[in-house]
Design a binder for this molecule. Structure first.
Ligand SMILES: [Zn+2]
Length: 310
């Protein structure tokens, strides 16, 4: 079997419908393994279920280390999705076997309830693979509806698979796909000198600041260190604006404000840049009320003073 995706390892099995019964893949279905960490181990397990009472497979498995293994050709329908259960999302055409209209991706998750967040490496591999599959098959890069798209196993079988894939960074996936998959990676030359893997999908800056969640997605989507500069403090939570989080960077101030309680600029997604000429951004700059930021600025001033002395 040849790989459909560049750079992946192939560990094949025969647990699939070779011709999809005339269907084309219209959907990408995300799963969690509810046990295990290694893609090779899961793929080897799939192969052992051939000719048993419960043969299973998926097209791809992504390990916690970000390694991707392909088990079934995309032209075939992997046996990953079982059958529709009561309460499945209404857009599904239940006269078509859901394995024939889908491409399935398993994510290795050690916990039995799939509550583990993806690792940074796993998330990067998952987002990129989803994008490539959608490009290959012209699958809409959005949440699934009657005309196709991306969703989880829960959409097909909410009775026994409500926690499949479990914890998954859906908002970040949509941001990534909207940005044409151009989100910065830790391995990019503009990023590598400044950031390392902070665990649980976070990035740790060399100055100790940790970027995470939606603010990190925004940072990675809109220029990163090159345009925004380095983050100057961990997230600041202004008490007068609940459910917001501010990250001042060297060249701009990012705010997570999904309810648009501070400002309402015409940009999609939960984050945007604060005005620096008025309001909260101006206050932050003028007063530097945040101690973390103030400490950092003091440090910078000290360094500046020292460099003038030398
Ligand atoms: Zn599943």
């Amino acid at each position: 079997m040849n790989a459909d995706e560049e750079g992946v390892t192939v560990i094949p099995n025969q647990n699939y419908f070779p011709d999809r019964n005339g269907q084309k893949p219209l959907y990408v279905i995300l799963h969690g393994t509810a046990g295990g960490t290694s893609a090779e181990a899961i793929a080897n397990f799939f192969a052992t279920t051939e000719n048993t009472n419960n043969p299973v497979s998926s097209h791809y498995v992504i390990g916690q280390d970000g390694k991707v293994v392909q088990c079934v050709p995309e032209s075939g329908g992997a046996w990953a999705n079982g059958i529709f259960s009561a309460g499945h999302e209404p857009f599904w055409n239940t006269s078509i076997n859901p394995n024939n209209s889908t491409i399935s991706i398993e994510h290795c998750k050690p916990s039995s309830d799939n509550s583990d967040p993806l690792t940074s490496a796993q998330q990067a591999a998952s987002f990129q693979l989803i994008q490539h599959i959608c490009q290959r098959w012209k699958i809409p890069m959005r949440t699934a509806d009657a005309s196709g798209g991306i969703t989880g196993h829960f959409s097909i079988d909410p009775v026994s698979r409500s926690r499949c894939p479990g914890n998954y960074p859906w908002d970040q996936l949509w941001s990534y796909l909207k940005g044409g998959g151009s989100m910065l990676q830790l391995t990019d030359p503009s990023v590598q000198p400044f950031f390392s893997d902070g665990g649980n999908g976070a990035w740790k800056c060399k100055n100790g600041v940790v970027l995470l969640g939606a603010n990190l997605t925004f940072y990675r989507t809109y220029g990163g260190p090159g345009l925004l500069g380095l983050p100057l403090s961990n997230e600041i939570y202004p008490p007068q604006h609940p459910n917001t989080a501010i990250v001042p960077c060297e060249r701009a101030i990012i705010i997570y404000d999904p309810n648009r309680s501070v400002d309402n600029p015409p940009i999609s997604g939960p984050c945007y840049l604060l005005h620096i000429d008025s309001g909260l951004g101006q206050q932050l700059l003028a007063q530097s009320t945040n101690t973390a930021l103030q400490t950092y600025i003091n440090k910078l001033n000290q360094i500046n003073t020292l460099s003038k002395l030398s």
